[in-house]
Design a binder for this molecule. Structure first.
Ligand SMILES: [Zn+2]
Ligand SMILES: [Zn+2]
Length: 97
C-alpha cells in the first residue's frame, strides 16, 4: 500500500494524549511488539504518523505507526505492509475531541 506521509504537525494532539495512544486505542493492537509500518523496515514503531493513501478515491487521513527515521520523511511516499493496521485520524469518527 503506497501512502504519502502528511506533514501534520498542526494536528499533534487528540483526546488520547498522543497519536501513538490513539492508534493503540482504535487498532486494538498492543504497542511494544509493533514494528514500523514501512514494508521492509524492522525498526520498532515509535510515532503515530499521519498518512494519506495515494488513491484518489480515499482522501482521508490515517495514523500509521512508523519509526523515527520514516516519520522524518515528511511529504514523501512510503510503501507500507499490506496487512498494516491504519486507524482513522478523524477524531470526529474516533475519540471525538
Ligand atoms: Zn485520539
Ligand atoms: Zn521505519
Amino acid at each position: 500500500m503506497r501512502v504519502k506521509n502528511v506533514n501534520a504537525t498542526a494536528y499533534n494532539t487528540c483526546r488520547c494524549g498522543s497519536w501513538l495512544g490513539h492508534w493503540q486505542k482504535f487498532s486494538g493492537q498492543a504497542l511494544g511488539i509493533t514494528t514500523c509500518a514501512e514494508e521492509t523496515c524492522q525498526e520498532w514503531a515509535e510515532v503515530g504518523a499521519h498518512v494519506q493513501k495515494e488513491n484518489f478515491a480515499d482522501r482521508a487521513w490515517y495514523i500509521a505507526l512508523l519509526c523515527n527515521r520514516h516519520n522524518a520523511q515528511r511529504g514523501g511516499s512510503l510503501d507500507l505492509d499490506n496487512d498494516v493496521k491504519l486507524v482513522s485520524a478523524n477524531v470526529a469518527l474516533t475519540c471525538g475531541s
